[in-house]
Design a protein around this ligand. Structure first.
Ligand code: C2E
Ligand code: CA
Ligand code: CA
Length: 730
């Protein structure tokens, strides 16, 4: 019995042990399972968290603002730029949003929303402007969708969406469009090739040159559109390609036979465009038509023959037209009247009117002027409030007095500006061809003197030039005498304005600017006396003084250790014509032991207009001395890109009149286009007249090289310039 019981117990114990083992095993598996699941869950959680952060990051990068609108509960959740969520009453939010949307976009927004809420569109989508905290309009793109509707009534219950800031994109698009339009208007062929020399973009002028349409050119190899049959043609083409591949540049004149049948003498200027790693990504080319008539057109039409503000021909066009007319019609013209017109008291009126008021006045005035001068040969807007009108005079036409009276009468009705009436009067000065002279410049001067006289008499008058007015000429003679005296007495001094690198604001050099330290009148700026000096031989003397003083100062700076200092100096057209400029430069270089690399020459486009052989020679000689040549005030004149290939120009100076208009999209587009082209042609780009951080920033983004302007420094005396140099050198 006991034995039996014992056995029984043993069996039971064993069983229990087994069960316990089983239980243990089981619990272990369970534990492991749980562990596994936990890890899984943790992973899932982590993953989710990562995804969420990524999403938030993506939103932030893309400027996305997600919104979640619980329509039923009138609640909306918004995620702001700093990634905080805000729960708001949706009615209040909507009211606020509607008040911030641009009035012109409001209807569009409301309609789109209404249609979608009613279930008539698949999704809600609208592009509109909202006013931001800085009171400026920003473009946004809003997109959303109802995700829950009442099953029976189909009323929307819940909607989600995303708003995206597209301001930059819009601006870029706009800029691109405008840049493109500049290229469209260019009076030179412009081509962009890919790295295999296939056309990827061309402008209309290139169509004209080749006789092909854009579609026929794009995608073809550069010389697929020209004859290639003869061995000579092929070898010429190969040579061009080889040169570009080797040197990154080709520059030369060729006569091409295009397969369209056109045969043209052209100038090729092709440059490789490289990326940061110095790999060629594109080629950009400027193709000038060398036929005489084309050259003429080209000079006249690049950026503007016409003043953008008033739509009237500008000063250069006026001169050119008048010149051509006088040359071609010399024998048939009997009498011409040249009228110079100026609005009385324009400055105070302009200051009184709100910001754009002055421009608006000029625009309206020009319109009226054009209407009453329909019989004139030309009506031009010279600058600010100065106009010129030219009439052919004959006994069958109204007299000049009548013409002037019509203009005066047209001003009896006031102008409407800012809902205010503005009366203006004008003064006019008249000169006659051939009585007062046969040269345009002279005739213009006479008309201007007559205008001065009209102004002196109090304005609102017409004066015809008479010899008595040479009294005014006497005055400028007086100034000329004084200037001679000043030169003799060493009253001319120079100031130096720093130029700094965009990238680190370290100094590169200076521009030297002349001033007249008058014993009684104080410091006289150059625009008062340079124009007078330019009409006499005095300009060469002034040039000599400036170059001598500059070279002497460079010697001092070099002795202080600033070996590479560079100072640019301005030269007027006369200095280049008279031909002693080279002498002056050579003398200064030798006397002060400086090198050509320490100097830079600044000249303006109008100087180059002459395009004479002698001028080209002089500039080439200057280049040979390692003196860089800079094109000053670029963009204000003809801005023909062909100068850049005709003359040895190294540097483009973007004029301060452009820089001051940064902020206006059209002007910005022109600057971008000029800078891009200049860079593609290997020019150094200097921007002058930089006064604000905004201007600096814009130009910096365009990768300009050197900055000059009051933001960094005004022109300085020698002592202050030296201080600046010490503080800002690399
Ligand atoms: P420029 O060659 O265009 O010289 C630049 C002018 O812009 C200088 O006026 C300079 O003081 C001014 N400027 C520089 N930065 C700023 C800025 O941020 N804001 C503003 N509003 N103006 C700025 P400056 O010295 O009165 O010279 C006027 C012109 O006189 C020069 O124009 C140049 O054409 C001529 N000039 C000056 N020195 C000489 C010279 O030695 N020889 C010749 N032939 N012409 C000279
Ligand atoms: Ca200059
Ligand atoms: Ca300038």
């Amino acid at each position: 019995m006991t034995k039996q019981l014992n056995e029984q117990l043993n069996i039971e114990m064993k069983k229990s042990q087994d069960t316990s083992q089983e239980l243990h095993n089981y619990s272990q598996t369970l534990e492991e399972k749980i562990k596994e699941r936990t890890v899984d869950l943790e992973n899932i959680h982590l993953d989710l968290k990562n995804k969420q952060t990524n999403l938030v990051l993506a939103h932030e990068i893309a400027g996305l603002i997600p919104w979640d609108w619980n329509i039923k509960d009138r609640k909306i959740t918004l995620t702001d730029k700093l990634n905080r969520t805000h729960l708001k009453n949706s009615d209040l939010h909507r009211a606020k949003l509607l008040s911030l949307i641009h009035p012109d976009d409001l209807e569009h927004f409301k309609t789109e929303m209404r249609l979608h809420l009613r279930g008539l569109t698949e999704r809600f989508e609208a592009t509109y402007r909202v006013k931001q905290y800085d009171d400026k309009w920003y473009w946004v793109h809003d997109i959303g969708s109802v995700i829950l509707r009442d099953p029976r009534s189909k009323r929307p219950l819940h909607m989600v969406g995303i708003r995206r800031d597209i301001h930059q994109e819009r601006q870029d698009q706009e800029r691109l469009k405008l840049t493109a339009s500049v290229l469209q208007q260019a009076a030179e062929g412009i081509i962009i090739l890919d790295e295999d020399f296939k056309y990827i973009e061309i402008n209309p002028f290139f169509e004209q040159i080749t006789g092909f349409k854009r579609e026929q050119i794009i995608g073809k190899h550069i010389f697929d559109i020209t004859e290639n049959y003869k061995a000579r043609q092929r070898s010429n083409h190969n040579q061009i390609i080889t040169q570009i591949m080797q040197n990154g540049i080709y520059d030369g004149d060729v006569t091409e036979k295009f397969l369209s049948g056109k045969k043209t003498a052209i100038r090729f200027h092709i440059n490789a465009v490289k990326d940061e790693q110095n790999r060629t990504i594109n080629y950009i080319g400027i193709i000038s038509d060398l036929t005489e008539q084309k050259l003429q057109e080209q000079r006249l039409s690049y950026l503007e023959n016409y003043d953008k503000l008033t739509d009237l021909p500008n000063r250069l066009y006026y001169h050119d037209q008048l010149h051509q007319y006088l040359m071609s019609q010399k024998d048939s013209i009997q009498q011409l009247a040249i009228i110079r017109l100026n609005i009385d008291r324009f400055r105070p009126i302009n200051e009184y009117l709100s910001n754009r008021g002055g421009d608006e006045l000029l625009r309206q005035f020009s319109q009226r002027l054009r209407l009453v001068t329909s019989e004139a040969f030309i009506v031009a807007h010279l600058n600010s409030d100065n106009f010129a009108i030219v009439y052919e005079v004959s006994h069958i036409r109204p007299s000049i007095n009548e013409h002037c009276e019509r203009i005066t009468k047209a001003l009896h009705t006031p102008f409407n500006l800012d809902d205010q009436e503005q009366f203006i009067t004008v003064s006019m000065g008249v000169s006659f061809y051939p009585e007062h002279g046969r040269q345009i410049d002279y005739l213009n001067n006479c008309a201007e003197l007559a205008l001065f006289e009209a102004k002196r008499l109090g304005g609102n008058t017409v004066k015809i030039y008479s010899n008595e007015m040479s009294r005014v000429v006497d005055e400028s003679n007086q100034l000329e005498r004084e200037l001679r005296h000043a030169i003799h007495n060493d009253e001319l001094i120079v100031h130096y304005q720093p130029k700094v690198y965009f990238e680190n604001h370290k100094i590169q050099g200076f521009e030297v600017l002349v001033r007249w330290q008058h014993p009684t009148k104080g410091l006289i700026p150059p625009n008062i006396f340079i124009p007078i000096a330019e009409q006499t031989s005095l300009i060469s003397e002034i040039g000599q003084i400036v170059i001598d003083k500059t070279a002497q100062q460079i010697q001092i700076w070099k002795s202080m250790g600033y070996e590479d200092i560079r100072v640019s100096f301005n030269v007027a057209a006369q200095q280049l014509h008279r031909g002693n400029l080279l002498n002056t430069i050579d003398t200064a270089i030798n006397k002060y032991h400086i090198s050509g690399q320490n100097l830079e020459l600044e000249l303006t486009e109008s100087t180059l207009l002459e395009n004479s052989h002698a001028m080209k020679k002089t500039l080439e000689e200057i280049s040979k001395r390692d003196i860089q040549i800079s094109l000053d005030d670029f963009g204000t004149g003809y801005s023909s890109l062909s100068y850049l290939t005709d003359f040895p120009i190294d540097i483009l100076k973007i004029d301060k009149s452009f820089v001051s208009k940064i902020g206006q999209p059209k002007q910005e587009a022109i600057i971008s286009a000029i800078v891009t082209m200049g860079q593609a042609m290997g020019m150094t780009i200097v921007a002058e007249g930089i006064e604000t951080a905004e201007q600096l920033n814009f130009l910096n983004n365009l990768n300009c090289h050197l900055a000059q302007g009051y933001l960094f420094s005004k022109p300085l005396t020698e002592t202050d310039a030296t201080k600046f140099l010490k503080m800002n050198s690399a």
